[in-house]
Design a protein around this ligand. Structure first.
Ligand code: GTP
Ligand code: MG
Length: 171
């Protein structure tokens, strides 16, 4: 068949935000795993959409591993940034990490599309994607295409919308 275009994506965000759960859900059901554990360092995963073949760097969000992220920025043609919408206490930490990312020389002047998942929308006290967007000051991102989707990675809700957007940005 027709060879799909290969795209490298970085999956970033704080620990426990749901990055690995999201990536797992984007794989074909027979390739999905049931037991997801906190990521150590990072894992390389693959999933396909109708026109693209994604290679994902699923990074650990734990504090002690976050310094690994920047070594892969050059590799990334797109970024998926995951936020736990119910983790109000650490929203400011998520914003700090996002701002550090956006100001990094390997990211700052590149037009990399950023897909945000306001994840865990099923949790009762979760903030809306609009509220998450406001707290992270996403409207200040002027030089990159970005999009935010509310998601429930356990059920896969919101993921197709986000990935469709990402695919449109790349082709
Ligand atoms: P690190 O690898 O440590 O950076 O974490 P991570 O961002 O990869 O998070 P992970 O996918 O391991 O998920 C952390 C926990 O959140 C797990 O217990 C998941 O089942 C749970 N989780 C992930 N997505 C959702 C969601 O949409 N809703 C709810 N309620 N729980 C979720
Ligand atoms: Mg993980």
């Amino acid at each position: 068949g027709l060879k799909k275009k290969e795209v490298n994506v970085l999956c970033l965000g704080l620990d426990n935000s749901g990055k690995t759960t999201i990536i797992n859900k984007l794989k074909p059901s027979n390739a999905q795993t049931q037991d997801i554990v906190p990521t150590i360092g990072f894992n390389i995963e693959k999933f396909k959409t109708s026109s693209l073949s994604f290679t994902v760097f699923d990074m650990s969000g734990q504090g002690r591993y976050r310094n690994l992220w920047e070594h892969y920025y050059k590799e990334g043609q797109a970024i998926i940034f995951v936020i736990d919408s119910a983790d109000k206490l650490r929203m400011v930490v998520a914003k700090e990490e996002l701002d550090t990312l956006l100001n990094h020389p390997d990211v700052k002047h590149r037009r990399v599309p950023i897909l945000f998942f306001a994840n865990k929308m099923d949790v009762r006290e979760a903030l809306s994607s609009v509220k998450v967007s406001q707290l992270l000051c996403l409207e200040n991102i002027k030089d990159k295409p970005w999009h935010i989707c509310a998601s429930n990675a356990l059920r896969g809700e919101g993921l197709p919308e986000g990935v469709d957007w990402l695919q449109d940005q790349i082709r």
